[in-house]
Design a binder for this molecule. Structure first.
Ligand code: MN
Length: 148
């Protein structure tokens, strides 16, 4: 089962994200600051990290830098989640070592698309069967079944 770590200091935002993700069948683990986020990555081995930028102890920029510097963690997909509206912050995020970006309040569809994109990429890296090919096969099976 796909496990997602939410690193977010705001309890309401954390709870909202947890509910959205659990509704979609993901397993959720949580961290309340940047330091805890790094510990939780090591302890729980998530498949994706949703990382708030504005957090105490270590902010999101510091956390993603430490992840990329650590060979054990470096390949973890990290999505920046932030309410920062300033153009400079958006550029800073896009220029940092993030794999994706979501703005708050998090849009359900954007969240789903971002996760599917990153999980699909990971599956391709692991050289498992090609997702679109699998989709075509199951589509044909369903079509054949419905005709009988
Ligand atoms: Mn925050």
């Amino acid at each position: 089962m796909t496990k997602i770590l939410i690193a977010e200091d705001n309890a309401v935002n954390r709870e909202l994200l947890r509910e959205l993700l659990e509704m979609r069948g993901y397993t959720v683990v949580e961290a309340c600051d940047g330091d805890e986020a790094l510990r939780m990555i090591e302890q729980t081995q998530p498949d994706i990290l949703l990382l708030d930028i504005g957090m105490p102890v270590l902010d999101g920029f510091a956390v993603v830098r430490k992840i990329r510097e650590n060979p054990r963690l470096a390949s973890l997909p990290v999505v920046a989640v932030t309410a920062y509206a300033m153009q400079g912050d958006r550029e800073k995020i896009l220029n940092s070592k993030f794999d994706g970006y979501l703005s708050k309040p998090v849009n359900v569809r954007s969240l789903a698309e971002e996760l599917e994109r990153l999980l699909g990429k990971r599956e391709n890296r692991d050289s498992s069967p090609h997702p679109s090919h699998e989709g075509q096969l199951s589509g044909k099976t369903r079509a054949a079944g419905s005709g009988e």
